[in-house]
Design a protein around this ligand. Sequence first.
Ligand SMILES: CCCCCCCCCCCCCC(=O)SCCNC(=O)CCNC(=O)[C@H](O)C(C)(C)COP(=O)(O)OP(=O)(O)OC[C@H]1O[C@@H](n2cnc3c(N)ncnc32)[C@H](O)[C@@H]1OP(=O)(O)O
Length: 230
Amino acid sequence: MTDSENGRRLHAVDDALLRRREAISDLGDALRLLIEHATATEAPTEELRRAAERIRQAAAPLGERARGRHEPPSADDMRAGVRLYNPVTGAGSAFAPPLEIHQEGEITVGACTLGLAFEGPPSYAHGGVSAMLLDQMLGYAAGASGNPGMTVRLDTGYRRPVPLLTPLRLTAEVVDVDGRRVTVAGSIATAAEPGEILVAATGVFVGLRAEQARRLFGAIAGRGEESRAG
Ligand SMILES: CCCCCCCCCCCCCC(=O)SCCNC(=O)CCNC(=O)[C@H](O)C(C)(C)COP(=O)(O)OP(=O)(O)OC[C@H]1O[C@@H](n2cnc3c(N)ncnc32)[C@H](O)[C@@H]1OP(=O)(O)O
């Protein structure tokens, strides 16, 4: 194969992957709309039954070719941090708000709006949802500082309830690195009043030893090697 033929082939693979990622995001958008409408709906009971039937029909072909627990999604790229089904940030996840995260210097900044599906106390977010957002934010900050790790501790202080259907601003910052142990602090506020902290959290993240990484993720890494080799 000539260089230009090889180049065209790689380009076609990239295009196919990009199209698949777009399709996954599109499906994620549709699922999130479905969840939000299904949570908010006061449609007649018969309409709920018809919708349930149509949704089962739509879901069936998606289940025909499904991956298993140790098989990463074909459109993901773990090394590049592309995780389309992450339940907090994944564009393809039905549950994800999704939270959008970026880095501003040393500070990790996140933005999202929680819909009615995330309700705990009436009109406010469930406390577990706030903890989930903060776990992701703090974990991202640890990774962005060059110290990726798993959460071993997450302390969450709920100062004010987090309003639904309101743009939120989240921040996180590494406060200490002690060997494999990284301590990160973060918070949730509304975008309109970023100075008023609603929820504050401190998390401890531990970088895995090689043996721990092999024990926990060896099966998945093995699959990655196989699919790259193939
Ligand atoms: C741009 C970059 C982007 C990056 C994007 C990435 C985004 C990702 C975001 C993802 C976000 C989501 C992330 C998630 O959701 S991660 C999912 C939730 N977390 C877990 O499932 C972790 C479960 N825990 C374990 O499997 C083990 O504890 C591991 C394997 C992690 C450590 O194994 P082990 O427990 O046997 O420990 P060790 O012998 O190795 O020693 C470890 C060191 O740590 C200290 N320690 C242990 N426990 C605690 C504790 N509770 N408080 C304080 N310190 C603790 C310990 O004393 C020792 O310190 P030292 O004695 O050496 O000083």
